[in-house]
Ligand binder design. Structure first.
Ligand code: ATP
Ligand code: MG
Length: 731
């Protein structure tokens, strides 16, 4: 017990050992909020103030939830499996599985991730013959999700103009479609749970009596609905918390400077509401940072100072200043990635463990170049979030078959694989099916089954395939079910025949491995006194896991690998060495946000999150040109770089000319061959390009596969071209 509290400073200790009351801890990055939260759970349980089943803890990622469980298991002599520790989505999923009937769902309900949701909306618009230029599916999706996150159903949504009222109708249609198909999207998981708790009094009372302590990490990023759900569970009564009728103690930790989900409806106002509604006597602050060296912390403080309306915090550290922050500019995204990979090679040779190195980027699309370089150098890496394992095409196909086995009414799954691999079911047959399904108000699968046409038709064969698969696999363990369906559906054959199908086959094998390693946690009887929660069985629970997990079961887990992720996904994590890449105007800060002060401030908070992930060494890198979405962009350095005190920075000029693209470049830096070596082309030479026409070379750099020339194409503009690809001919 004393061990438990030994490694805490006085304000942390005070927070951990608070009596049964509500509390908000507002503190900067790396000040120990998550540690305090975890230790408090351990303290409450070990001192007998609450049983493991009386605790509900909300974390930001599944990874954080697992870490918390592991830490608790190490601190306490209890089995922590089955404890209610998880993300909002994960916990709501568990709640709805346990009470699916009351929630109006089948035991097998499936979860739509955002890609599935978009596909479902597109299908809806098509079915209703709606012009998707007038009602862009993505916008409609945001419209629907924003309403759900405010707790507003289509029936209650307000519309003051014809366009919005049409969108509300479409929202209602979408609700109907999901219900028919037995699927729920992410926002629905929460809204359903909330509504169920609200309308079902016995259930609400049961959970309110059960949870004595509710603890929430990253509270600044909760949205209105999540906050409302927490309030409902906490069951604020008139008495003191944790007394009969008094409801649970709500213990929230957060950092307003790390609020990075305003675009998704997170409300910093929740912090104020919490203080007011739960009558918090005081807000507890922690100011000592235990994570980062001084220079890194100074940089973070200087940056966030530019934001207005902060609640105000001052972070300090006892760690020394440490190393300067390294800044590198590459002439292209490829050069940037090469630099990073060279540095990593050096670090690893010097004994740094790979999983202590993180590459962060603002947008998922940036990871490809980094991945390519890492791959080329044979450095193992893992991508978290974003390009998730479960998002890959082949995995989604296999999962769609699995979903159809679990729930034939899942139209999204049906539409995905009815003709994949191709089996001669054309667009027209599918339209006919959709029409029939609409008329009979049934699922595509049912329509297909009753309308399969002449026996032996392609549709009839598909239905027969699914039916026989279901019968065959009924009693098989999950990995074998998946293996069988990959074989029988023709997926394996399809990818075997595909030129680049090897990777995909490996991923499919990895899916079988994931299923084999998947622990079907049925909620009990792990915790003393915990009732077993019916949850739809291993298949449904594996599918839910696939929809909810952010790439945490991809290939190579457990291997010592370099960590790649977006800045959003890095929240709460820490690494010895961090590279923040792509620090360019328009990319980070993102162009969608840079125009308005609020948008820019949110981007700055994101940058603050990124900087404060680093313990010992921080690299900031950017490139002069970047290929994004198929176009080469010319980039200016991010304005955030200018906001950092220069005395903290050290520029690294390795092997790269750093002059702006349009000016003549200075003599090539060390390591670069002379410009004359650019494949025989020289400055002043006239050249012809198949697309841009005639031009004149104005500067050159690099050699061999690196060689690039800048060409003035007159009215076609000034372009940097890689000689290897550009196919320039002397003119
Ligand atoms: P973030 O805002 O980024 O989520 P946080 O406030 O949750 O950060 P933690 O992750 O809990 O911070 O702690 C940061 C690091 O400091 C962790 O490695 C943690 O173990 C360590 N730490 C926290 N408090 C102490 C302490 N009193 N003594 C030593 N190390 C500590
Ligand atoms: Mg934390």
């Amino acid at each position: 017990m004393s061990d438990l509290l030994a490694h805490l400073n006085p304000p942390q200790l005070a927070a951990v050992t608070l009596p049964a009351q509500h509390a908000l801890i507002l503190a900067g990055a790396g000040s120990g909020k998550t540690r305090v939260l975890t230790t408090r759970i351990a303290w409450l349980i070990s001192t007998g103030q609450v049983g493991a089943q009386g605790v509900l803890a909300v974390t930001f990622t599944n990874k954080a939830a697992k870490e918390m469980q592991a830490r608790l298991a190490a601190l306490l002599p209890i089995n922590t499996r089955g404890m209610w520790i998880g993300t909002f989505h994960g916990l709501c999923n568990r709640f709805l599985r346990a009470h699916h009937r009351e929630a109006g769902l089948s035991a097998q309900f499936q979860i739509l991730d955002s890609a599935d949701q978009l596909a479902a909306i597109k299908r809806l618009l098509k079915n209703l013959n709606i012009d998707d230029e007038k009602y862009p599916p993505r916008e409609l999706m945001h419209f629907i999700n924003a309403h759900k996150e405010q707790g507003i159903r289509a029936a209650q949504a307000e519309a003051y103009d014809a366009y919005t009222s049409r969108r509300v109708e479409l929202y209602a249609e979408y609700e109907g479609q999901c219900q028919r198909e037995g699927v729920v999207d992410f926002a629905e998981l929460l809204l359903r749970s909330y509504e169920l708790l609200q309308r079902n009094e016995p259930l609400r009372q049961h959970y309110q009596a059960r949870f004595r302590h509710i603890l929430v990490d990253e509270f600044q990023d909760t949205n209105r609905l999540q906050y409302a759900w927490l309030k409902l569970l906490a069951g604020r009564g008139s008495g003191k918390p944790d007394t009969p009728g008094g409801g649970a103690c709500l213990f929230a930790v957060g950092d307003d400077d790390q609020s990075i989900y305003a675009f998704r409806g997170a409300e910093i106002g929740n912090m104020h509401d919490l203080q007011r509604e739960f009558e918090l006597p005081e807000v507890i602050r922690l100011e000592q940072n235990y994570r980062s060296h001084g220079n890194i912390l100074d940089a973070a403080n200087a940056l966030i100072k530019q934001n207005r309306g902060r609640l105000g915090k001052n972070l300090w550290t006892e760690a020394g200043a440490g190393e300067p922050i390294r800044v590198f500019e590459g002439y292209s995204d490829i050069a940037e990635a090469r630099f990073i990979v060279e540095e990593i090679g050096e670090l690893v040779r010097n004994g740094v463990s790979r999983q202590q190195i993180a590459l962060l980027y603002r947008s998922n699309a940036q990871s490809r170049v980094l991945e390519h370089q890492l791959f080329t150098e044979g450095l193992p890496y893992r991508v978290h979030g974003g390009l998730r394992f479960f998002d890959r095409q082949e995995i989604k196909h296999a999962l769609a078959y699995l979903r159809l086995l679990a729930n034939p009414d899942d139209d999204t799954a049906f539409a995905r694989v009815v003709n994949f691999p191709t089996r001669g079911i054309g667009g027209r047959s599918i339209e006919a099916l959709q029409e029939a399904a609409r008329q009979t108000n049934s699922s595509l699968y049912n329509a297909a089954a009753s309308l399969a046409g002449k026996p032996g038709s392609a549709v009839a064969r598909f239905i027969a395939l699914i039916e026989s698969l279901r019968a065959e696999t009924k009693d098989l363990p999950l990995p074998e079910v998946i293996d069988r369906l990959i074989e029988r559906s023709g997926l394996r054959q399809h990818y075997l025949a595909e030129k680049e199908g090897q990777d995909r086959l490996e991923n499919l094998d990895e899916l079988i491995n994931a299923a084999a390693g998947f622990v079907h946690d049925d909620g009990g009887p792990a915790v003393d006194g915990e009732e077993a929660v019916p949850d739809g069985g291993p298949l449904a629970s594996f599918l839910a896991h696939a929809s909810l997990e952010a790439g945490e079961h991809q290939a190579g887990e457990g291997q010592d690998a370099i960590q790649l992720m977006t800045v959003h996904a890095a929240k709460g994590l820490e690494f010895d060495i961090v590279f923040i890449t792509g620090l360019e105007q328009g990319l980070f800060p993102h162009e969608n946000a840079a125009q308005e002060r609020e948008g820019l401030e949110e981007e700055r908070r994101l940058m603050y999150v990124a900087v404060t992930r680093a313990r010992k060494r921080l690299y900031l890198t950017h490139a002069q040109t970047r290929m994004l979405h198929g176009q080469t962009r010319y980039c200016l350095p991010s304005s955030f770089l200018e906001e950092l005190p220069v005395e903290l920075l050290r520029r690294i000029n390795r092997a790269v000319a750093s002059a702006p693209a349009a000016a003549p470049r200075p003599a090539a830096g060390a390591g670069w061959p002379k410009p004359a070596a650019t494949n025989g082309l020289r400055i002043g030479q006239n050249v012809r390009h198949t697309r841009f026409g005639l031009g004149v070379i104005v500067s050159t750099e690099g050699a061999g596969p690196e060689a690039r020339v800048q060409v003035n194409f007159g009215s076609g503009g000034m372009k940097w071209l890689a000689l290897e690809y550009a196919k320039l001919t002397p003119a």
